[in-house]
Design a protein around this ligand. Sequence first.
Ligand SMILES: Nc1ncnc2c1ncn2[C@@H]1O[C@H](COP(=O)(O)OP(=O)(O)OP(=O)(O)O)[C@@H](O)[C@H]1O
Length: 253
Amino acid sequence: MGILEVKNVGKRFGGLQALSDINLSITQGTVHAIIGPNGAGKSTLLNCLVGKLIPDTGSVSFEGKSVLGRKPHEINQMGISRVFQTPEIFGDLSVMENMMIPCLAKRDGAFSLQAYHALLSDREIVDRAEHMLEDMNMADKRNMHAAAMSRGDKRRLEIGMCLAQEPRLLLLDEPTAGMARADTNNTIDLLKQIKDSRPITIAIIEHDMHVVFSLAEWITVLAQGTPLVEDTPDKIKGHPKVREAYLGESAEH
Ligand SMILES: Nc1ncnc2c1ncn2[C@@H]1O[C@H](COP(=O)(O)OP(=O)(O)OP(=O)(O)O)[C@@H](O)[C@H]1O
């Protein structure tokens, strides 16, 4: 059984069947990419995994426990963290302050902005945040305003903030969208380093085939809301159905 099991999931928006009969198993410790043309249902599926949407049919379970009906923060506490397309960081705070927030949430189970000032003198949280920044190779940026960083560094910080919560499954929604090639390559290296240094499973939605083929060990191709094919990257590359449904279209990205 996979760390994440999706069975017969369907989701309809009015007259549109966005997902139909999705079956997906994500194996523990792998990098699993979900690819597909625009509108294939990738984000809808991801939203069903993290409690932002409730599927009309089917089941989603993480480590054998159903996630359906749980709120996003409850799913997060179960061990699933999600990195969004646009980095979700606090631009007005420093890099260090940003990192302290998930460290506190991990320890205390919640975070309130009222507790923010007390954070600065909380040695345990400061130490943990410093350690995470070192782990992310960002210690030299600790006092920088988060908003002033490059897109690649904002992404690096956000990924670090997710990891501070020690998730067992990291979900990445187009983590290199809008990045210059150098930042994309840095993000690929960072994700490889994360994968090699901790027991984590990564599921990634991505349009950039360079990123997909650099990282993925297993690929599911969605088309029109349903899995078209799943296989290793080598098999997916030359698969005629995939070329027809996706790779032709991917030239636009
Ligand atoms: N909240 C919504 N209400 C109505 N239709 C929606 C909603 N969210 C998504 N859709 C539709 O569902 C289909 C799947 O969308 P989704 O965003 O999941 O695709 P995607 O594969 O992530 O696409 P992209 O690669 O462009 O991000 C699309 O036709 C989209 O227009």
